[in-house]
Design a protein around this ligand. Structure first.
Ligand SMILES: NC(=O)c1ccc[n+]([C@@H]2O[C@H](COP(=O)([O-])OP(=O)(O)OC[C@H]3O[C@@H](n4cnc5c(N)ncnc54)[C@H](O)[C@@H]3O)[C@@H](O)[C@H]2O)c1
Length: 254
């Protein structure tokens, strides 16, 4: 018996990076996963990887900033996998390189739509499905160490990730009575296309960044994030809700 046998999960941002690792890990422990992402190629690859490990998954191209898409995603999990037990909201973008005085308003608006309003939409429809089936559930939002401490030239991203923590705590308060737990994982510097793209855009040195952003002098792995997410999804964390779990190589301790 695996931890997530018989469980139905949606994972957004599952075409790449952490979302993919989380989808693979959930499926490896028995969950049926709907892989959601705006990238159809990456999403299909994730499903192929899960198929190759004899897991159960299907892909739905989803723009998490669209309410219709998010509703369709939750509806698919419910109709194809018999309900919804787990919602992991990992999709986001990060493409700012200027201080707030030069931050384009369109950049701010897009970041809030994709990184924050999306989490509201996902939580809303995930919690609605979980509440109506009456067996509770677990929602895990991927926030950031930027939810606590901003990096330079990331005002919109930082605002969005502070907001994700607010939604996490509000969701925990609103839905405890429905046996729905809502938590956040706050990654530090994790080696993914997003981090490598940000380093390149800023012309930084990878080793210097790793030393500065982690007490271990290395980047975290997507598997290290997936293990934390799986704990928060599982009954092992049954008394934990509204919590922000930093998985950051000690960055916030400094
Ligand atoms: N990598 C890091 O160091 C780091 C640190 C802290 C927090 N995070 C957070 O971790 C999460 C995962 O990031 P990652 O590093 O794995 O990035 P990634 O770029 O590898 O993956 C993000 C995924 O989100 C998808 N996506 C983007 N916009 C979308 C949209 N509108 N609708 C649906 N999907 C969309 C992308 O296609 C991509 O597959 C994000 O929430 C990110 O903010 C990352």
């Amino acid at each position: 018996m695996s931890r997530f046998d018989g469980k139905s999960a949606v994972v957004t941002g599952a075409a790449s990076g952490m979302g993919r690792a989380i989808a693979l890990a959930l499926a490896a422990e028995g969950a049926s996963v709907v892989v959601a992402d705006i990238s159809a190629d990456g999403g299909a690859e994730t499903v192929a990887m899960i198929d190759a490990q004899d897991g159960r998954a299907r892909f739905l191209r989803t723009d998490v900033s669209s309410s219709d898409d998010v509703q369709a995603l939750v509806d698919l999990a419910v109709s194809a996998h018999g309900g919804l037990d787990l919602g992991v909201n990992a999709a986001a973008i990060e493409n700012e390189t200027s201080p707030i005085a030069d931050c384009e308003e369109a950049v701010f608006d897009r970041m809030i739509a994709v990184n924050l309003r999306s989490v509201f939409l996902c939580m809303k429809y995930e919690a609605r499905a979980m509440r109506s089936q009456g067996r509770g559930g677990s929602i895990v939002n991927i926030a950031s160490t930027n939810s606590f401490r901003p990096q330079p030239n990331q005002a919109a991203y930082t605002a969005s990730k502070h907001g994700v923590l607010g939604l996490t705590r509000a969701g925990a308060v609103d839905h405890a009575a429905d046996a729905i737990r809502v938590n956040a994982v706050c990654p530090g510097a994790i080696e993914t296309p997003m981090l490598l793209g940000a380093i390149e855009a800023r012309g930084r040195d990878k080793d210097e960044v790793a030393r500065r952003l982690s007490l271990f002098g290395r980047f975290g792995t997507t598997q290290e994030i997936a293990q934390a997410v799986l704990w928060l999804c599982s009954d092992e964390s049954s008394f934990t809700t509204g919590h922000a779990l930093a998985v950051d190589g000690g960055y916030l301790a400094r």
